[in-house]
Design a protein around this ligand. Structure first.
Ligand SMILES: [Zn+2]
Length: 456
């Protein structure tokens, strides 16, 4: 405790300043989301990923979470960022037809099907009171939404070392003037390597170990900076992964002439756009092929299952949608690239995009921090629920926050929380918030003067 001597008062001031600059989580509880693309929950093993295994045991974690359909990267990262189902936010695959029936891949148009759709990193800042977001390479983050970018953005660049990315994240959180209270960070592996090597390869093991070392680096940073109990850390993935061998590749040319349709194909998923007047012929031929081969499904727009939350979207107008059965995939350019370097017998490709009820498509989720239970095994939930979870963690004003109703629900994720919603808000406004430096200095000075008067 401070006693009234000038030297001790100065020491007290220094101590308070040090604590304040060390945390910089002043007004709002901070949340960091780290996504490792295509990391299957069953990759975590004590011998292979000791740090992630330990983190999972100590944290609140379900065995897995359910991805949105199709189980693709852009679809799921945008679902988690917006709290909306794919048919609402409109990102229906990594590669799709644009409004001119040309192929689009990571374009402004792809992420702006509906201008009322706004990611939570923008909504966080819309809530004001010194809230700042930082987004590191998260799919869709380099585009403005309603004309706005987050305070901090790093666009996708896989040459940037992962530890350097974490150093940057920490600098955003610790910035003295504009500390980030929300960070989304994307890491491209093990997905990137899986696509070319399949699931059970040494190359994938190397990437899984790399992820584990990166999680360790992040945890070490939080420990070193005394932020372990001040930041909610969510570690997750977007989908699982499955291996496709050459004998499981579907060639659409076996069933239909490629002269009567255009297509956008990526692994298990295909958008088929029949030429004018050819819709029925294309649908009949593909349906016949699906029936005889038993390797894929064919859907008209309104035949898509409701549970996929995909069909009510204008981007599917005039489209016939194909989905391969588990471990099958449609031939496309990537597979030629892989085959150029190997034999048909040795061909192994990783694929995802399958039915989100396929166990191989399950995604990772684990969370630690002041608002979460510890050593807690949760029930699986949908990744669309991440948005309402973060909204509560950050104590966002739901009226201002939800410019449109989200599809996710707090009901599925409340089980992870240490306290109910009301006490979360109380916690965020008391124990985890701190007055600014000049307020702290004023308090110390006033206490010192008051004590001097008392002793005089
Ligand atoms: Zn992915």
């Amino acid at each position: 405790m401070c006693r009234p001597s000038v030297a001790i008062a100065v020491q007290c001031l220094v101590a308070v300043f040090s604590r304040a600059t060390a945390t910089t989580v002043k007004r709002h509880p901070a949340t960091v989301v780290m996504s490792f693309d295509g990391f299957r929950p069953d990759y975590i093993r004590p011998d292979l990923t000791p740090h992630m295994a330990q983190f999972r045991d100590a944290s609140a974690a379900p065995p897995y979470i359910r991805s949105a359909f199709p189980t693709k990267t852009f679809v799921n990262h945008f679902t988690m960022a917006t709290g909306l189902n794919p048919e609402t936010h409109g990102v229906l695959d990594n590669t799709m037809f644009d409004s001119h029936n040309e192929t689009m891949h990571y374009t402004y148009e792809q992420f702006h099907y509906d201008e009322t759709v706004v990611p939570i990193w923008i909504q966080n800042e819309n809530n004001g009171e010194g809230r700042h977001s930082g987004v590191m390479m998260w799919p869709g983050s380099e585009f403005p939404y309603q004309g706005k970018h987050p305070t901090y953005t790093e666009i996708y660049n896989n040459s940037i070392h992962w530890n350097s990315r974490i150093d940057t994240i920490m600098s955003w959180i610790e910035d003295e003037n504009q500390p980030a209270n929300l960070v989304f960070a994307y890491f491209e592996e093990p997905d990137k390597t899986s696509h070319r090597k399949g699931v059970n390869s040494q190359e994938i093991k190397n990437q899984i170990v790399r992820v584990d070392n990166t999680v360790k680096y992040m945890l070490d940073q939080l420990k070193y900076k005394n932020l372990e109990e001040k930041i909610n850390l969510i570690i997750l993935s977007d989908h699982g992964m499955e291996t496709v061998t050459y004998d499981k590749i579907i060639f659409l040319d076996d069933y239909i002439s490629n002269m009567i349709y255009k297509s956008v194909i990526s692994g298990p998923n295909a958008f088929i756009l029949p030429n004018i007047g050819k819709f029925d012929e294309v649908y009949t031929n593909l349906s016949s092929g699906a029936y005889t081969s038993k390797t894929f499904y064919v859907f008209k727009k309104y035949e898509l299952p409701d549970r996929w939350h995909m069909k009510n979207n204008a981007r599917l107008n005039g489209i016939i949608y194909l989905l391969a059965k588990p471990s099958y995939a449609f031939w496309y350019s990537l597979y030629q690239t892989i085959l150029d370097k190997t034999t048909k017998e040795m061909f192994r490709a990783g694929a995802h995009g399958y039915d989100n009820e396929d166990p191989q498509m399950r995604a990772l989720f684990m969370v630690s921090g002041p608002m979460f239970k510890k050593n807690f095994t949760a029930q699986p939930f949908d990744n669309v629920d991440l948005y309402p979870l973060i909204s509560h963690l950050l104590a966002l004003d739901e009226t201002a926050n939800y410019s449109r109703p989200v599809n996710g629900s707090i009901a599925g994720v409340e089980q992870l929380l240490l306290s109910s919603k009301s006490s979360i808000v109380d916690t965020s406004s008391s124990s985890t918030s701190s007055p600014s430096l000049h307020v702290l200095a004023s308090i110390i000075a006033a206490t010192y003067i008051q004590a001097l008067k008392k002793y005089q």
